[in-house]
Design a protein around this ligand. Structure first.
Ligand code: COA
Length: 221
C-alpha cells in the first residue's frame, strides 16, 4: 500500500462531494466554512462552536455513555476541545465531524447527534458517531457513517477508514458491519485505560492495516 501523506491538505481537498450512488448530495452553503451535505434523511454541517450547547447536551447525557461512563462530558470545555479537534481535522485533512440534523427540519432544526470522520494520530481516518437517544434505532448512525466514508475516501483515498468500539457496544459494531468495516483487532489495551471490567477494545477497518497504524490505534486505549 502506498504510504499516506500526512501533510496538511489544501483547500482543494474540501471541494464539494457528490455521489449519487451513496445518496450523498451537495448542498453548498456559502456562509459555511465547508460544504454542508445532504444524505437521504440528514443535513450534515461541519461541527462548529455554534452547535456547542446542543452537542454538549448529547455528550453530557449518561445514556450516550452507557458503555464508557467515564467518557461523559461533565464540563463544556470537554465539548469545546472536541469541536476544536474536529475543526483542526477539517482544516488540515479535509474532513471533520458533522452536526446531524434531520433534513426535514432544515438548518435551524435541532441537532440530533454528531458523526463522521476525523484524522487520527495513528495516521488514518477515525469514524465516530454519538446520537441523542431519541434518534436511535432509525438507521441514522449508519447513514452518517456511510456519508463519512464517502467523504474520507474523496479527501484521502489511501488512508484507511477505521473505528474503535467497546465489546459491550454491539449497536455500534453493527453500524460498522453495515458500512463494510471489519474487525481487525480485539483485546485489552496494554495500559488498561478502560475502567469498565471485562470489556475489550475492538478495532475495525475498511482494509488491512499497516502494523504501525494498528499499533497506533491500540495505543489510544
Ligand atoms: C451506537 C449508536 C450510534 C447507534 O445509532 P443508531 O442510529 O441507533 O444506529 P443504526 O440504527 O444505524 O444501527 C444500529 C444497529 O444496531 C442494532 N442494535 C441496536 N442495539 C443492539 C444491541 N443491543 N445488540 C445488537 N445490535 C443492536 C440495531 O438493530 C441496528 O442494526 P440493524 O439495522 O441490523 O437492525 C447510538 O446508539 C448511540 O449514539 N449510542 C451512544 C454513543 C455510542 O455508543 N457511540 C459509538 C461509540 S463507539
Amino acid at each position: 500500500m502506498a504510504p499516506v501523506d500526512h501533510a496538511p491538505r489544501s483547500s482543494a481537498a474540501r471541494e464539494p462531494v457528490s455521489d449519487p450512488a451513496d445518496n450523498v448530495a451537495v448542498m453548498i452553503d456559502t456562509l459555511a466554512p465547508a460544504p454542508a451535505l445532504r444524505s437521504a434523511r440528514l443535513l450534515l454541517t461541519p461541527l462548529t462552536h455554534a452547535d456547542a450547547d446542543a452537542v454538549h447536551a448529547i455528550f453530557a447525557d449518561a445514556r450516550t455513555w452507557q458503555h464508557l461512563p467515564s467518557g461523559r462530558h461533565t464540563d463544556v470545555e470537554q465539548t469545546l476541545a472536541m469541536i476544536e479537534r474536529s475543526l483542526t481535522s477539517l482544516a488540515e485533512y479535509g474532513c471533520g465531524t458533522w452536526s446531524m440534523r434531520l433534513a426535514d427540519d432544515g438548518p435551524d432544526g435541532p441537532v440530533i447527534g454528531v458523526g463522521g470522520v476525523t484524522w487520527s494520530s495513528a495516521g488514518c481516518w477515525n469514524l465516530g458517531y454519538r446520537l441523542a437517544s431519541e434518534a436511535w434505532g432509525k438507521g441514522l448512525a449508519t447513514e452518517v457513517a456511510r456519508a463519512g466514508i464517502v467523504h474520507a475516501r474523496r479527501a484521502e483515498p489511501d488512508a484507511p477508514v477505521t473505528a474503535r468500539v467497546l465489546s459491550t457496544n454491539p449497536a455500534s459494531a453493527r453500524v460498522l458491519d453495515h458500512v463494510g468495516l471489519t474487525q481487525v483487532w480485539r483485546g485489552v489495551p496494554r495500559d488498561r485505560t478502560l475502567e469498565v471490567p471485562d470489556v475489550e477494545r475492538l478495532v475495525f477497518s475498511d482494509r488491512r492495516l499497516r502494523p504501525e497504524t494498528l499499533d497506533g490505534l491500540i495505543a489510544l486505549g
